[in-house]
Design a protein around this ligand. Structure first.
Ligand SMILES: [Zn+2]
Ligand SMILES: [Zn+2]
Length: 103
């Protein structure tokens, strides 16, 4: 369980919903949190999977964690894994890779 900056964020981050397949299908979902990238995105309900990455919390105004997207790709590359071709290890599917590797 990831700790978010404030209660409002915690309650707005999409976790799971029985009625919809994912955050983009769920009209109640406002924020998509990518654990593996540590990115927060405002979901745009236009029928696709668009979201706007946000750097600050819209509710409490705190700066959100820095995106780890580049590191994610670097780390996979270091292990000789091509995320588009190869199977991505389970720890890279969520935040676990962040605690398992050191710079
Ligand atoms: Zn839903
Ligand atoms: Zn907040």
């Amino acid at each position: 369980m990831t700790n978010h900056c404030c209660e409002a964020m915690t309650s707005r981050v999409y976790v799971c919903c029985d009625q919809h397949a994912g955050p983009f299908d769920c009209p109640d979902a406002l924020v998509d949190f990518s654990a593996k990238f540590q990115e927060y995105g405002l979901i745009i309900h236009d029928g696709g999977t668009s979201s706007i990455t946000i750097d600050f919390c819209p509710w409490c105004g705190r700066r959100l964690p820095e995106s780890q997207r580049d590191r994610w790709f670097d780390e996979l590359e270091r292990r000789g894994i091509d995320p588009w071709e190869d199977e991505v290890p389970a720890e890279f599917q969520d935040h676990r890779w962040l605690t398992s590797c050191h710079e």
